[in-house]
Write a protein that binds this ligand. Structure first.
Ligand code: G
Ligand code: G
Ligand code: MN
Length: 421
């Protein structure tokens, strides 16, 4: 039997395209000529790329990159006013940019070659050069290559971590809590934080988001260990925030995987942990997503036990699962979070407005806190101002941030509030 794998047509392709490659790809085009900006943007849009940003010079580009979200590919001109392509590349080198760069320029070949060499010396992935020829096929192959090269794209390519990597991160204390604030819509007081788990990769040291390790940790039965590692750090940092801001009624929300609710020991384990970490249960809310089967008896029993111990229990991502408004009052939740797919653009979405109205009524009648999550736009906040006592969460206020950053954020927020009470 031959050990040589059979060569198929696919393996001969230089840049095999992954299905759905255009999804989630973020591209920044930098050029001082509006015509060229638009031309390249049109070609990319035709190919199916949706997240395209434009900048008129290097300075604007740097701003975009620093503000996030992650840019996977940068198309840049060389000759521009204010901050040219060379300066931009130097800056990208300094911040160890790990996406890909493509130059488009009419400069003479030797200048372009020198730029490519300079980028290489700074360990930047400069993967291509376009002259006047903006043929879609040319751009396509360059983009394919850029995506294969971009370390920041491959990193978010949903490659799950192995059980061993997750265990190693837990053992090395490389589980990091990120905090996202929740705000009362009437008083604008910060009422608490949701903890979102991040993992520092044991080898590459990059910060990994939950989409690459929660499912794997669930399959490997590591969720309780992970929650414990997260809570250990989060409790310490949360207590520091409480000490520093004693006048704020801060609470801490932690996500649980529904499977964790199957364990009869969960309530007492959590109670013990809170004693050890000096967290009063009344300051802790446990979030469980609505998409999963919460109506199982053991899960409902454990939810009820947690409530009896003083913990808050929150139904997360409401509207994505099958819980009806009528069912809600039979479950022991103290909070419901309306999913961000309804909240985003609610100001002009009658369907979402209707659901939100009914949910707020239901919550008021049953003493449940209603939370609007995923707020990104001021007009949606304005729309929600018709309700009393709902809590707001979203990038508009702050993305999830590590302790030192969220502490600074909270200082700024409070300073601003005392000026405009
Ligand atoms: O932060 P964000 O991208 O980052 O989180 C993505 C998803 O991962 C969210 O649905 C969130 O509920 C989930 N998640 C984040 N941290 C945890 C955690 O500690 N435990 C569980 N079970 N889910 C988490
Ligand atoms: O499923 P859960 O609600 O726990 O998930 C929280 C997730 O939502 C995290 O991934 C967090 O990063 C993300 N998130 C928080 N605020 C916003 C927002 O304003 N917009 C979007 N798109 N995601 C958000
Ligand atoms: Mn949540």
């Amino acid at each position: 039997m031959s050990l040589t794998p059979k060569l198929t047509g696919r393996t001969n392709q230089l840049y095999p395209k992954k299905p759905g490659t255009t999804d989630g790809v973020s591209i920044l085009i930098v050029d001082d000529s509006p015509v060229r900006l638009q031309t390249i943007a049109f070609v990319l849009q035709d190919m199916g790329y949706k997240q395209i940003q434009m900048a008129a010079n290097g300075l604007e580009a740097i701003e975009r990159i620093e503000q996030g979200p992650t840019v996977h590919i940068i198309f840049t001109d060389l000759q521009m006013p204010e901050c040219d392509g060379l300066e931009l590349i130097e800056h990208l080198g300094q911040r160890q940019y790990d996406g890909s760069i493509i130059i488009h320029s009419q400069m003479e070949k030797r200048i372009v070659d020198l730029t490519i060499e300079l980028a290489r010396r700074q360990s930047l992935y400069l993967v291509g050069y376009l002259d006047q020829n903006l043929e879609p096929t040319v751009i396509q192959s360059m983009v394919d290559r850029a995506l294969l090269a971009a370390r920041n794209y491959n990193a978010s390519d949903l490659a799950s971590l192995s059980k061993e990597m997750i265990l190693r991160a837990i053992e090395n204390k490389n589980i990091v809590p990120y905090f996202q604030p929740k705000i009362d819509n009437k008083t604008e007081c910060v009422v608490g934080f949701e903890v979102l788990c991040r993992l520092v990769h044991p080898i590459s040291k990059e910060i990994i988001t939950p989409d690459r390790f929660i499912d794997a940790a669930e399959r490997a039965g590591l969720m309780m260990l992970l929650t414990l590692a997260l809570l250990e750090k989060a409790a310490l940092e949360f207590n520091l925030l409480c000490e520093e801001f004693p006048d704020l009624p801060l609470t801490l929300s932690i996500n649980l995987s529904p499977g964790q609710l199957d364990d009869d020991k969960l309530p007492s384990t959590f109670n013990d942990l809170c004693q050890i970490f000096q967290l009063p249960p009344t300051r802790i809310t446990l979030e469980i997503t609505e998409t999963d089967l919460i109506e199982k008896d053991t899960r409902l029993k454990n939810l009820a036990r947690l409530r009896m111990m003083g913990f808050g229990c929150s139904l997360d991502d409401y509207g994505m699962g099958f819980t009806s408004l009528a069912q809600l009052e039979h479950y022991p939740f103290s909070e419901v979070k309306l999913d961000r797919s309804y909240i985003n653009n609610i100001a002009s979405d009658p369907y979402a407005q209707q659901l939100c109205d009914k949910l707020v009524d239901k919550c008021t009648a049953n003493h449940m806190q209603m939370v609007a999550e995923g707020l990104e736009r001021a007009d949606d906040v304005e729309y929600l101002s018709r309700y009393h006592n709902i809590h707001l969460q979203g990038y508009l206020y702050s993305p999830p941030k590590p302790y030192t950053d969220i502490r600074r954020w909270l200082h700024n927020w409070e300073a601003h509030r005392s000026i405009n009470p």
